[in-house]
Design a protein around this ligand. Structure first.
Ligand SMILES: Cc1cc2nc3c(=O)[nH]c(=O)nc-3n(C[C@H](O)[C@H](O)[C@H](O)COP(=O)(O)OP(=O)(O)OC[C@H]3O[C@@H](n4cnc5c(N)ncnc54)[C@H](O)[C@@H]3O)c2cc1C
Length: 466
């Protein structure tokens, strides 16, 4: 007899495990299936967490090299990459084990194996010894995430031609690395290796990096990264990549049809990710995909099959861990008849470089396209006392507010701790704040967040410190 569950979640990433915990909290008998062997998905194993660990460690290495200029004498600073990687792996292990503990604590049954549909309510799980278990589900939530896409038919060997996964575990510091794609993953990983001593070249097809970001911020961001030593080749297309006995050569063509080639030890292809649905046997049960091969859902996350739902990277929307988590909670609440909801207009996006970049709401370009009249308030970190005190004063805050109602429509920050500061703006926007509301809120001194208040004051041209 196969065990019966009220809900089964396929995929134990931030969408899946959060959904499973919430379902269980709501009194639903729940199972979660994960094929990787550890919980936490892309995010904890090969995404957010290891990348942030390496960003932090490489940033510390970089800072330590300059300590003597600040009056801190610690002798010669030397890199031990093996130890650095072990440190990163430790963070991953602690966190993935933590998720396993949370599932246990919340009485979610955890199956290690690959789940696929035998019918709309029968799921087969194949474990790593090829043993099959069958379970039954009244409702199933698909949260199988995404995987990196490559260029043309180029295969990742994760040593010379790497995806983000390989770039997180290189055994040596490459002399030269070509990063294909100027999105956030390429720039974060490019920053890590550049700080550790690699000559990094970013090849980007568009005329700007970080597509979708407010253009003014994106320009400033590229200027700062260039100053840090990263080389950019915009409006340039990769034609082919050829491996050789030392590494690879990347052949490119630019907008003026000029051909170029880049010899390097490692090529990181970071041109996007695609939904991961291949192992699920969706065709046979009639779950439909959209034109981008994402699972089609309605406003309640329901797929074309009534008792099957989907969330996270496998559906439309930004591929972000916190978006997947919000959807996991919303769908669990919808399943028990509550009114779970995700506000897609207010999802922050953060790039964890130095300085950090964080955005929420509309960009100036989007407001123009919508014919929305708006006011702009800006404040540079150069005029923020805390940023000056710690010598991290690059960047600025930009607030966009409705010209008539003053309601905040978008906030874009490039500067120290931008990723933490954006949370204040998320709350403000969730509560429908005006720039006046932010401007009249007392902010502690000296803090980076005073720059938010000053930018809000600047919306009506009354900033005090600039
Ligand atoms: C290098 C990198 C850095 C990133 N940094 C950030 C960041 O800083 N902030 C942020 O918000 N996002 C970041 N992301 C994106 C983030 O990791 C994803 O958006 C998030 O993990 C999506 O969550 P998910 O639950 O939808 O899918 P996933 O995390 O991909 O989890 C899906 C899980 O399902 C499992 N699975 C697939 N098929 C089956 C099956 N048939 N049976 C059982 N299990 C299955 C997979 O093994 C996987 O573990 C980063 C991604 C990368 C690659």
């Amino acid at each position: 007899m196969s065990e019966k569950f009220q809900a089964v979640v396929i995929g134990g990433g931030p969408g899946g495990y959060v959904c499973a915990i919430r379902l269980s909290q709501l009194g639903i008998k729940t199972a979660c299936i994960e094929s990787r062997g550890t919980l936490g998905g892309t995010c904890l194993n090969i995404g957010c967490i290891p990348s942030k660990s390496l960003l932090n460690l490489s940033e510390n290495f970089n800072k330590a090299k300059n300590f003597s200029k600040l009056g801190i004498e610690i002798g010669k600073v030397k890199l031990n990459l093996n130890k650095m990687m072990k440190n990163k792996d430790k963070a991953v292990t602690v966190l993935t084990k933590g998720v396993e503990f949370l599932l246990k604590k919340n009485k979610v049954t955890y199956y290690k194996g690959t789940g696929s549909f035998q019918s709309s309510n029968k799921i087969s799980i194949i474990d790593n010894q090829k043993k099959e278990i069958l379970i039954e589900a009244e409702k199933t939530i698909i949260s199988t995430g995404s995987e990196p896409v490559s260029l043309q038919s180029i295969k990742f060997d994760e040593k010379i031609i790497v995806s983000s996964t390989g770039a997180l575990s290189l055994k040596n510091v490459p002399k030269k690395m070509v990063v294909v794609g100027g999105g956030y993953i390429g720039l974060e990983m490019g920053s890590v290796w550049s700080r550790l001593g690699t000559e990094v070249h970013v090849i980007e097809f568009l005329d700007h990096i970080t597509p979708g970001m407010d253009k003014e911020i994106s320009k400033e961001f590229m200027k700062i990264l260039e100053k840090q030593g990263i080389n950019f080749h915009l409006q340039t297309k990769v034609e082919s990549i050829k491996k050789n006995n030392k590494g690879a050569t990347v052949f490119t063509i630019d907008k003026d049809k000029k051909k170029n080639n880049f010899g390097c030890d490692v090529v990181l292809i970071s041109v996007g990710r695609k939904p991961n649905t291949k192992s699920l046997n969706l065709d046979s049960i009639g779950v439909l995909l959209d034109d981008k091969k994402r699972i089609k859902i309605d406003k309640n996350f329901q797929t074309s099959i009534k008792n099957i739902y989907a969330i996270g990277d496998v559906i439309k929307g930004p591929m972000l861990a916190h978006k997947a988590e919000e959807e996991g909670i919303a769908v669990a609440e919808i399943i028990v008849g509550q009114s779970g909801h995700v506000n897609y207009d207010i999802i922050p996006g953060v790039i964890y470089t130095s300085p950090e970049v964080a955005s929420i709401g509309k960009t100036e370009e989007q407001l123009k396209e919508l014919n929305q009249k708006y006011k702009v308030g800006k404040f540079p970190f150069m005029a923020n006392s805390r940023a000056k005190a710690i010598d991290e004063s690059e960047g600025f805050v930009k607030i966009l507010a409705n010209e008539i109602t003053d309601k905040v429509l978008g906030v874009h920050i490039i500067g120290p701790h931008a990723g933490d500061m954006i949370a204040e703006m998320a709350i403000a926007m969730e509560f429908g704040a005006s720039s006046e509301d932010i401007a009249r809120t007392c902010h502690a001194h000296p803090t980076f967040s005073e720059a938010l208040k000053e930018a809000a004051l600047s919306v009506d041209k009354r900033a005090i410190h600039s």
